[in-house]
Design a protein around this ligand. Structure first.
Ligand SMILES: Nc1ncnc2c1ncn2[C@@H]1O[C@H](COP(=O)(O)OP(=O)(O)OP(=O)(O)O)[C@@H](O)[C@H]1O
Ligand SMILES: [Mg+2]
Length: 414
């Protein structure tokens, strides 16, 4: 098994290939480049190469195009090298892509708990506190917690709930509806708790994603199938989640679930969590339900071997606490003066200059990582799986997801 993945070639003739050591993946990667500059192609190739090196991945698919990660190119792309041919064949054989469609029963639905798995958490006080904070951020809006008093009662109740070993949302609503004495110092806590429990019941009645009908998924099944010879890539397609709020809520829950799970299941070799269009889920300029859990995952992931890859069009589109944690950065073409200047500033901070950032071609990126020296310009390779100009429709994604199920019970939670 390789200990590095190739990321491209320098643009000078006969230049040697450049590679990224696998050990740097858990220190996270950012891909920042304007529309049509080759971000998704690069992100795919990184995921594909990592899978060939035995690293599984969870990939968030907001635009449907990543659900083709398991499809072969119908015709050999121009620009494929003999090495690409060999790898594409190997990829088809050794890598298993499962497409999940949260919110779509006709596809391959995926159910996640609203609450972190408190039972999985160890005794570390900071970690417990972070899990309680994440749960409070998720439940607050659903419970109609608007005042500090309400939020305080919610946090106190979650703390007690976690101490008791946790449980599902129904169990938490029971506790909140009928708070025992001594859980909170806040006057009126019982009444406030009761009101929030009612709000939660109303939220469950109106939000289909909160009604858990399937088995709540163990993240293990997102990373590992039953065939140890095949590396799994789980594509989580968001087209079944109609609103931005539903998507952010879902991604938040996924991140919370992962956060709890990796602590019990660290991976020495590594695994990936990949977010395309990351400005939506980890935004710099606004609040988002998925931001808090994303930042915690970025900060803690590396300890447990979880590497994040985030891609976005706009420099400064992703929250600074995420980008500043990305040891590896790819910067590609920008076209507006403001974004050109912002990308150049990021490169300058790494000791680089890029007068031509506005003129780069698709698949040309400035690359820097630990120990690489000044950012250097690379031509990145095409992806091994099918990436046509237009993404599939939601109906095609559903067919794709069904094929994941039919491809064997491997796809299901078993
Ligand atoms: N490494 C590459 N080599 C050759 N062509 C490439 C490469 N990367 C991308 N392209 C070409 O550019 C097109 C756009 O690439 P891609 O879909 O990755 O862009 P993007 O940055 O993700 O765009 P968007 O912001 O719209 O999502 C591809 O369909 C392909 O034709
Ligand atoms: Mg894209």
């Amino acid at each position: 098994m390789p200990d590095a993945i190739p990321v491209g070639h320098r643009l000078t003739p006969d230049a040697p290939g450049v590679s990224l050591p696998l050990r740097l993946l858990p220190r996270h990667t950012a891909i920042i480049a304007g529309s049509g500059s080759g971000k998704t192609v690069l992100l795919r190739r990184l995921v594909e190469e990592a899978a060939l090196a035995g690293l599984p991945a969870i990939v968030i698919d907001p635009n449907n195009d990543l659900s083709r990660l398991g499809d072969r190119w119908p015709e050999r792309p121009q620009g494929f090298s003999p090495d690409d041919d060999r790898k594409a064949a190997l990829y088809a054989e050794r890598v298993e892509v499962v497409v999940w469609t949260p919110g779509v029963h006709a596809g391959n639905p995926l159910f996640l708990s609203v609450l972190p798995d408190f039972a999985e958490l160890g005794e570390d006080r900071d970690e417990r506190q972070q899990a309680i904070e994440m749960a409070a951020e998720t439940l607050g809006p659903l419970a109609g917690a608007k005042t500090n008093l309400q939020r305080g009662v919610l946090a106190d109740s979650l703390r007690r709930f976690a101490e008791r070993g946790g449980g599902n949302l129904a169990a938490f609503m029971d506790l909140l509806a009928d708070l025992p004495d001594g859980i909170s110092q806040i006057g009126n806590a019982a009444k406030l708790g009761h009101g929030m429990a009612d709000q939660l019941h109303a939220a469950v009645a109106t939000n289909p994603l909160l009604k858990v009908e399937g088995t709540v998924l163990d993240p293990r099944h997102l990373f590992f199938g039953t065939d140890p010879a095949r590396t799994r890539i789980s594509v989580i397609n968001l087209s079944g989640l109609a609103s931005e709020a539903a998507r952010e809520d879902f991604v938040n829950r996924l991140q919370m679930t992962l956060f709890g799970w990796i602590k019990k299941n660290p991976s020495p070799r590594g695994m990936l969590y990949v977010v395309d269009e990351a400005q939506t889920f980890l935004p710099a300029q606004k609040a988002s339900p998925s931001l808090g859990s994303g930042i915690k995952l970025v900060a803690q992931g590396r300890k447990y071997g979880l590497g994040m890859i985030v891609a976005t069009q706009v420099p400064r589109g992703i929250h600074n606490q995420v980008v500043s944690n990305c040891t590896t950065q790819f910067l590609g073409r920008q076209s507006a003066p403001a974004t050109i200047a912002a990308a150049q500033e990021i490169l300058a901070a790494n000791g680089g200059a890029a007068a031509d950032i506005g003129k780069l071609g698709a698949g040309e990126f400035y690359f820097a990582t630990e120990g690489s020296g000044r950012p250097a310009k690379l031509r990145t390779p095409l992806c091994l799986s099918y990436h046509p100009a237009n993404p599939p429709t939601p109906e095609e994604v559903i067919r794709q997801a069904k094929r994941s199920i039919e491809a064997g019970t491997r796809a299901r939670a078993s």
